[in-house]
Design a protein around this ligand. Structure first.
Ligand code: PA5
Length: 450
């Protein structure tokens, strides 16, 4: 049994049943391609069995490292970019309340992020902030050579060495990287930092169920066992249920590909909880980097409602009709608030007296779904009972599997990202990296003065 349900009631008016059935047949072929490992990028399918093959000793080692961090640090700085930080951040932010009552507040490490951009002000402020704080660093890079995290790590390492002394930081730096290759692995070995391995056959954006995601999540105080249990449950469902029998990943992939064929070239991830904003960022990377190639692919975008109904709502309702939506609907909030009666009713809200805020939110969701359907926007609903580690494990594994199916349906390799190299090479050329001299001349000759 899965906690996750999908409803197609706001898709049906756009995608006739026979069209969906054809797409489901294509999805089944793609699903078999994933399971039999016969498609493009088949050497990067290690993520498929990560949850079921996770052993308790590996989880224990990660938990132990997390406990070490918790024992001496107020802050853990997660250094990574793209797939090397978004999965962890998605889970941590989804589970971390914006405010917590002092009595219920768990004493855990607060997670900070670095190396996910090159903003000088941000990194200056981070270093200044950490100057008088107890902190550790988890530096994450599969290649071990990505510029943004490498720069951030150099800055943080130098602060750590100055603060604690080179000999005393072996239990403050944890490197998650390739088992043998890359500058990061060599540096970690030289310093004697504990290292965690990203398997060769797992790409960055599919790595949340490896130490890439698990160590920061455990350090933040969340249960990685429950997260893996949820993912394992979903792995078993998606492997054993055929597309015809209601495979959830196939259904989602079939609907979005069917709608793409009808000209819906943008998919908007919609949530009604601000804590899910980083889940949206993770989802955008997963689908954008997996599908956007060979001049094809659905453009992944995101909004957070009802906030963005007051900024993007007009466009979605009434702008270019190239949009589909996928709405994340949470059935029960963890906590609720009641609206009470006010004697003078001078704010005109007494008609809501006795209602819970979650009921108001559910009405906003349904009202928006109907309005957008009427405005020509098909909406896939993903329904979850609540947000916890287990449900997030199920949801994230579901998305990974659906992305692989969807990429194969589109006819692309869902596991490479050749387009990401272009900006890097230009940046290296402009910064004067050895070997890029000719490229610098070439690229600058094509642009005019500012
Ligand atoms: O999904 C991917 O492969 C990318 O987003 C990478 O995770 C990102 O570019 C960071 O790469 P690395 O982990 O090698 O530093």
């Amino acid at each position: 049994m899965s906690n996750l349900k999908i409803s197609d009631r706001f898709v049906k008016p756009f995608l006739p049943q026979n069209h969906l059935e054809t797409e489901l047949e294509r999805a089944e072929t793609a699903r078999q391609t994933v399971l039999n490992r016969t498609g493009l990028g088949k050497e990067f399918l290690g993520w498929v069995t990560l949850p079921s093959q996770m052993n308790s000793e590996d989880l224990q080692t990660i938990r132990k490292a997390a406990e070490t961090i918790q024992s001496h640090s107020q802050y853990l700085v997660v250094v990574g970019i793209g797939g090397s930080y978004l999965g962890a951040r998605a889970v941590i932010e989804a589970l971390t309340p914006e405010f917590s009552h002092p009595e219920t507040q768990k004493k855990t490490v607060k997670i900070l992020y670095a190396g996910h951009h090159l903003d000088a002000d941000y990194h200056f402020r981070l270093l200044a902030f950490l100057e008088n704080k107890e902190f550790s660093v988890n530096v994450i890079s599969k290649s071990g050579t990505t510029t943004e995290p490498a720069i951030a790590f150099r800055l943080l390492l130098s602060l750590l060495e100055r603060k604690y002394g080179k000999e005393n930081i072996k239990n403050r730096v944890f490197a998650t990287t390739d088992k043998s290759k890359g500058a990061l692995k060599h540096l970690a070995d030289e310093y004697g930092f504990p290292t965690f391995v990203i398997p060769d056959d797992v790409g960055g954006r599919y790595s949340v169920f490896t130490p890439v995601g698990l160590l920061p999540i455990a350090a933040a105080g969340f249960s990685i066992n429950k997260l893996i249990d949820g993912a394992k449950q979903m792995e078993s469902n998606l492997k054993s249920t055929s597309s015809k029998e209601g495979n959830l990943a196939s259904l989602y992939a079939a609907m979005r590909n069917g709608l793409y064929g009808l000209g819906k070239t943008t998919e908007i991830f919609v949530s009604y909880q601000p804590t899910l904003n980083y889940l949206a960022e993770w989802w955008k990377q997963l689908f954008g980097e997996s599908e956007g190639k060979n001049a094809k692919g659905i453009f992944p975008a995101s909004v957070q409602f009802t906030t963005d109904l007051h900024s993007m709502g007009q466009y979605i309702q009434d702008g270019e009709r190239k949009i589909m939506e996928t709405v994340i609907k949470i059935e029960t909030p963890k906590q609720d608030v009641y609206l009470t009666e006010k004697t003078d009713d001078n704010d005109g809200l007494n008609y809501l007296a006795g209602k819970k805020l979650s009921e108001v939110n559910q009405s906003a969701i349904l009202g928006t779904l109907i309005a957008h359907k009427d405005g020509g926007v098909p909406c896939i609903e993903i329904i979850l009972p609540t947000i916890n580690e287990e449900v997030l494990g199920e949801l994230m594994y579901f998305y990974e599997f659906a992305c692989a199916i969807s990429g194969y349906m589109l006819g692309v390799n869902p596991f490479d990202q050749p387009g990401v190299e272009d900006y890097k090479n230009n940046m290296f050329a402009l910064l004067g990296k050895k070997g890029y001299e000719k490229r610098k001349e070439e690229i600058l000759s094509h642009i005019g003065p500012t």
